[in-house]
Write a protein that binds this ligand. Structure first.
Ligand code: PLP
Length: 301
């Protein structure tokens, strides 16, 4: 089995007043390879005791860490929403790249970056990057996913009305995101699309929703308390280069069944077609899905 690689990161910017960053903050001192089989986390770390922290999961395809800048921008946005200290994105990027470099170069693996609020009372964030071989998505990439729609229980404008609910931040509190997959399985499916309480399509628990309507690929607008998807962003670049149009807009639930194609995309699975929605089969273009998958896996950014 391929062994995971762990890099412990000192992630916050903490310059003494007036100090030159280059002389004080040598990134080498702030990254440390550690043994993933040994305990590394304090039992009072708020990431563990309250799920109080944020994360990113980078795909590494044929040696390329994908979508580095979009992931780091999203991390910074999540940190801001949680009032975490300002993060040193340069050091964090080096930590992610170090983990990826030190890992066995299998065709595809993940680097999961975690930043927590740190040990209770200390107020210094804890961070690490773990490179590992994640779930095998080959079956769903080839055969598609069966999806159920589930009510998320928030209106589509929750991010504006109630920003303290942190919708749109990639927080460590993913127990709900796991629970909905168990609910999908109880209903004979293996994926979920969240719907707002007022009927708008949001996202999956770990993925972004993409629809095709004629020659336009559409994704739900991200001002609805959903994540800005790094894979969706890359996919739209690919799609535009193939001559299709793209659009970010509000999508109503009934549009899902009327779409000319429906996909879930994320850093780990890259892209899977939705072949069944709430128990009803959906038409899907296998060739197009495979072409998009190939281009996503082979992208250089
Ligand atoms: N939405 C949620 C809730 C997610 O957890 C994820 C993936 O981690 C995504 C969307 C897709 O984001 P990305 O394509 O950057 O992996």
């Amino acid at each position: 089995m391929t062994k995971p690689v762990l890099v412990i990161i000192d992630p916050a910017i903490k310059l003494p007043a007036g100090a030159e960053r280059s002389t004080v903050e040598q990134s080498g001192d702030r990254l440390r390879l550690a043994d993933p089989d040994q305990p590394q986390i304090n039992v009072t770390d708020l990431g563990v005791t309250r799920g109080d922290g944020i994360f990113e999961a980078f795909g590494v395809s044929h040696g390329t860490v994908q979508a580095v800048e979009p992931h780091l921008s999203r991390l910074a946005r999540s940190a801001k929403l949680l009032d975490l200290p300002e993060l040193d994105l340069d050091v964090i990027e080096q930590g992610v790249r170090l983990a990826a470099r030190e890992h066995e170069q299998v065709p595809f693996f993940m680097v999961k970056l975690i930043v927590t609020r740190g040990i209770e009372g200390v107020e210094e964030p804890t961070a690490w990057a773990l490179a590992f071989v994640g779930d095998d998505y080959t079956a769903r990439q080839q055969s598609g996913v069966k999806v159920v729609t589930l009510d998320r229980g928030y209106r589509h404008d929750v991010a504006q009305t109630s920003p303290w609910l942190l919708q749109g931040a990639k927080t460590l509190s993913y127990a709900v995101n796991r629970a909905v997959i168990r609910e999908a399985k109880r209903r004979g499916a293996n994926e979920v699309i969240f719907i707002s309480s007022d009927g708008y399509v949001l996202e999956g628990p770990n993925s972004t929703v993409i629809l095709k309507s004629g020659d336009t690929f559409v994704t739900p607008r991200t001002d609805q308390g959903i994540l800005v998807g790094t894979t969706q962003h890359a996919l739209f670049g690919i799609i535009e280069s193939m001559g299709y149009a793209t659009d970010y807009r509000y999508v109503e639930q009934h549009e899902l069944t009327a779409a000319d194609g429906l996909w879930m995309v994320s850093s780990g699975q890259q892209i899977s077609a939705v072949v069944e929605l709430d128990g009803n089969p959906l038409d899907h273009d296998h060739e197009l899905t495979q072409e998009l998958l190939k281009r996503l896996v082979e992208r250089s950014l």
